[in-house]
Each structure stands twice: as C-alpha cells, then as structure tokens.
Design a protein around this ligand. Structure first.
Ligand SMILES: [Zn+2]
Length: 334
C-alpha cells in the first residue's frame, strides 16, 4: 500500500473516529451527571441518617416518659383501689349502724328530716334527746334539724345566698348551698389566713369586710366565746343590710340571768365556775364553756347588737324536733 492510499483510507475513517470521540464526550458528561446525582443522594442519605439518630434519641426519651406515666398511673390506680376499699368499708359500717338503729327496740317515729331532705325514722337513744334523737338516715340531731327547718320555712331560697358558718361541726347545711364558706379559730395562725385550707377567724374580731354575707350561721358556738358581745357585734358588722345571724346556743331553763363561767385575764383564764367542756371537731376535741345563758339572753343580744332578735322553738316529732335547748335565734341587721 502506498502512502496516498493509506491517507485516503484514514480520511475515510475520520468521520467514524469523530463520532467515537463525540460519543465518548457525551458518555463522560453523563458520567459526571450521574456522579453529581450520586453525591447529592449521598448527602441526603447522611442528612436522613442524622435525622434518624435524632428520632432514635427522641424515641428513647419518649419511652422513658411513657414508663414514668405508666408508673404514675399504676400508683393512682393503687390509690384509687385503696380509697374504693376504704369507701366500701365505710359504707358497710354506715349500713351496719343504720341497721343497728332500725333493729333496736327503741322509740322511733317516721317523719321528714330537713337535714337530709328524706322521709326517714327518728330514733330515740337514751334520755337526753338533744344528743340522742337521731335521724336514722343522716344521724342529725334535733338542733341541727331545727336550724335547717327554720331556714327552709322562713328563709326560702337561702341556698342561693352568700352564707358563712363559723366552726361548723356537721356537713348538713353545706351540701345545699351555692356560696358557702367556713372558718375556724386556730391559735397561733394569723387571722384571715388559711390553715389546712380552712380560714382562721376569731369571732370577736373578724377580718371580713363590712356588709359581706347574707346569712351568718353559728351552731352551739356562742357559749364558747369569752366576749359574746364583741362576737355578736362583729357578726352583725359583716352581714349585709337585711342579713341575718341564725344560730343555736343552749339557753338554760330556770336561769334568770346569764353569766360568764370564765374570762381571759392577763395571767390566762380565770374561772368563775368549775370548768365544763363540750365536744369540738378540731383541736384536742373539747371546748371550754365560757357563758351560761338564761332568760335574759335575747335581751342581752338586743342590747349588744342594737338589732331585733326572734326566737324560734318548734316541737314536732313529724320532723324530728323535740328535746332540750332547741331554740334557734335570729338576729336581723335592719
Ligand atoms: Zn336526716
């Protein structure tokens, strides 16, 4: 083969070579694109990996929270179970007491109880009706039923009023009231502040504003204050105009003139009569009787407060009202 024919042959192959070179370039370009895409995907994968790690950590945290919540739930269930059991025991005990009363051969009368608002039986236990004439349903005693009867009978709609009770010893009133508050006297607790979620108040110097309440209740409390004059005046002060102080207190038969049994003096308590105590739901369970009230009680109340006093006495076994010291006193802030 001569040179010219070789060149000719090569020239003939040139387009083919060009085509190969061009397709190689194209291939290289595509390869580069694929590489770029691969790197992009790799980056995304790294990002997803780190997200995955974060989620894994969160999952561990959540798991710990779930365990804590489950533990708390279990504790609550246990407590719930304990309380249910306790309630069951108390219910059984209550039913046992009810049955004991029902089956006893003592005097009993059927009637309507103003404390529990049920048709019920009133049972007489012992000779002292004031503490032993019980509603077989709610175990209320006559003076409690009388106070509630007076409210129902003469103060219709009382449940909607603003009511305060000092030193309550039963729940009978509270269950029907919309706006009911209580206070107790605790020595060493600042007046007006709470102790065990109960407001501390001294009846002889209340911290409430003037004209605060519609109804102020005291049940067998005024015979335990050293200065009933201040207490009666303070109660009137915190009542709204037209408000009423409705209360019970033992007024002794055949006692013409009321007298203090004890007084606060500098050295402590001075006793004019031998110390007598009544039961008290708080403290050491007993409260000193500071005054014996007699026939002049309403006169004293009127003198102390300057307000009219009405005394209610109802004897009606159909509503469980009988017994000693049953009077309900009402002082009106006119
Ligand atoms: Zn009752």
């Amino acid at each position: 083969m001569n040179i010219s024919s070789a060149i000719k042959k090569l020239a003939m192959k040139l387009p083919q070579v060009r085509k190969i070179v061009s397709s190689r370039d194209q291939y290289l370009k595509e390869l580069l694109q694929v590489k770029e895409e691969y790197e992009k995907k790799d980056n995304e994968l790294d990002k997803m990996r780190s997200q995955y790690e974060e989620i894994k950590l969160e999952k561990i945290d959540l798991k710990a929270e779930v365990v804590a919540v489950e533990r708390e739930l279990f504790k609550n269930e246990l407590e719930n179970f304990r309380l249910t059991n306790k309630m069951l025991v108390l219910t059984l005990e209550r039913d046992r007491l009810r049955n004991t009363i029902k089956n006893s051969k003592k005097d009993r009368t059927a009637g309507y109880c103003h404390c529990c608002r049920e048709e019920t039986y009133f049972e007489i236990q012992g000779n002292w009706l004031r503490d032993g004439y019980l509603c077989s349903n709610c175990f209320s005693i006559p003076r409690q039923r009388h106070l509630q009867y007076i409210l129902d009978q003469y103060f219709s709609g009382w449940e909607e009023k603003k009511i305060h009770e000092s030193s309550p010893s039963n729940y009978h009133l509270s269950q029907y009231c919309r706006d009911y508050s209580i206070s107790q006297y605790f020595p060493d607790i600042p007046l007006g502040s709470d102790f065990n979620e109960i407001r501390c108040e001294n009846l002889e110097s209340l911290t409430f504003d003037d004209d605060t309440f519609d109804i102020f209740i005291t049940q067998d409390v005024l015979e335990h204050v050293f200065n009933p004059k201040n207490a009666a005046k303070e109660i009137i002060r915190v009542l709204k105009p037209g408000g009423v102080h409705i209360f019970t207190a033992p007024r002794h038969k055949k006692l013409i003139k009321s007298y203090p049994r004890a007084a606060i003096v500098e050295s402590g308590i001075e006793y004019y009569k031998p110390a007598v105590y009544h039961g008290n739901p708080i403290g050491d369970g007993k409260t000193l009787v500071t005054w014996d009230y007699g026939d002049d009680f309403e006169y004293l109340l009127q003198e102390w407060t300057g307000k009219p006093v009405t005394t209610f006495l109802t004897k009606d076994r159909g509503i469980g009202l009988d017994g000693e010291y049953l009077e309900v006193f009402v002082v009106r802030k006119l």
